[in-house]
Design a binder for this molecule. Structure first.
Ligand SMILES: [Zn+2]
Ligand SMILES: [Zn+2]
Length: 259
């Protein structure tokens, strides 16, 4: 006889609170990275790696405004929403208990999660550039024409909680990953987001060596020119759909100008 799952019995309050606490801690990495990059900017370190050599001509949100926005998101809105995500992940098959994953499983799962997230991000991001969604949702993130690290999470609450978060969670659910792998993934995605917005092309950035991802200038171009480059971790969807042609021409022109 087929056994029916009692979904409510699967939930565990201690496990849920541990998940909320770990997620808040892991997500706080963004403040450490952005703070470190703020020092790089203030003391004019690595100026040769700067993407824009001159200050932004347009007015951009102040660091103070962005930090206040991020504090609200991280320590008020997110902890309220995380129990729902715990429930969905638990019911979706994410493993929260021992045994933990092997290193091989972690590597394979991370690769799969990244591919799924990049696909979701590309298409959702492209949809956010349709006139209605751009005007009412995505425009806030594009207030930055020359982004710096703090811009990474300066977005409309709908974009942050639905558009960005969906892609981050769905891969973990689809492949029934372990929660440890998921925490590693959040750390990678946070660091990648900061790297993509920091305004520097650091040679030591591990993301520079990701396949199909040449450097931070890809997403920086998306902000400065507002044309194409919709992917997050990779560029293959942009290549398949031809949404990086403008960027490729721009790089080409830059190279020719140097010779
Ligand atoms: Zn955009
Ligand atoms: Zn951005």
């Amino acid at each position: 006889m087929e056994e029916h799952r009692n979904l409510w019995m699967e939930l565990d309050l201690v496990e849920m609170m541990t998940f909320v606490g770990c997620m808040v801690a892991v997500n706080s990495l963004v403040f450490v990275l952005c703070g470190a990059l703020e020092l790089v900017e203030r003391y004019d370190l690595f100026s040769d790696r700067k993407i824009h050599k001159t200050a932004a001509k347009c007015e951009q949100p102040s660091v103070r405004a962005v930090v206040i926005h991020m504090l609200k998101v991280h320590y008020i809105i997110q902890p309220l929403g995380l129990p729902l995500f715990y429930t969905l992940m638990k019911w979706g098959g994410v493993r929260f208990t021992a045994p933990g994953p092997s290193w091989l499983e972690i590597v394979i799962h991370l690769a799969m999660i990244m591919l799924i997230e990049d696909t979701c991000f590309y298409w959702i991001h492209r949809a956010l550039h349709t006139p209605f969604l751009y005007k009412h949702v995505h425009k806030m993130h594009h207030e930055y024409k020359q982004p710096h690290s703090w811009a990474v999470e300066y977005s409309h609450i709908l974009e942050y909680t639905i558009a960005n978060t969906f892609g981050i969670f769905i891969g973990a659910v689809l492949i029934h990953t372990h929660i440890y792998t998921f925490y590693i993934w959040i750390l990678i995605r946070t660091a990648e987001g900061v790297d993509g917005h920091c305004g520097y092309n650091f040679w030591f950035s591990p993301f520079r060596y990701f396949p199909f991802r040449p450097g931070s200038d890809v997403h920086d171009y998306h902000h400065s020119h507002n044309i194409g480059n919709y992917g997050s971790l990779f560029t293959f969807w942009d290549s398949i759909c031809g949404t990086n042609i403008s960027f490729s021409n721009y790089i080409q022109r830059k190279k020719m100008a140097l010779h």
